[in-house]
Design a protein around this ligand. Structure first.
Ligand code: AMP
Ligand code: ZN
Length: 112
């Protein structure tokens, strides 16, 4: 997956603003934020989208959701509320074909 930009970020071959990292997951700021806080929670493993998830990925998705919960708290947006979503395929607005969970909040969302 040499041309995949998120694989490059996960391998530290491409610079970006990293917020959190462990062996399985990397989190960085979206380069075109659509809210005051806009993070991308990305598995280091190349999975194209939710459509390509396999049984063995259950624990990974689990980790991503719980990480989102703790990051929302750390970023100070947990109480007011935030948006957590996956775009899936072109029809779902997915542009980067490497699974990523959007975490958005802190003002600037379309409905508050
Ligand atoms: P999606 O439409 O769900 O595929 O979202 C892809 C997101 O990745 C967009 O919000 C882009 O702004 C963001 N993005 C693309 N390339 C980079 C990058 N190199 N660093 C940070 N964010 C990126
Ligand atoms: Zn990738």
């Amino acid at each position: 997956m040499e041309e995949c930009i998120f694989c490059k970020i996960a391998n530290h071959q491409q610079k970006t603003d990293i917020v959190f990292e462990n062996e399985q997951i990397i989190v960085f700021k979206d380069m075109h934020p659509q809210a005051k806080v806009h993070l991308l929670i990305v598995p280091k493993k190349h999975i194209e989208s939710i459509n390509y998830l396999e049984e063995e990925d259950r624990e990974l998705i689990n980790q991503m959701i719980f990480l989102a919960k703790s990051l929302a708290k750390k970023q100070g947006i947990a109480v007011k509320g935030y948006r957590l979503f996956f775009n899936v395929g072109r029809g779902g607005g997915q542009i980067i074909d490497h699974l990523h969970l959007h975490l958005m909040g802190g003002g600037g969302l379309s409905d508050g």
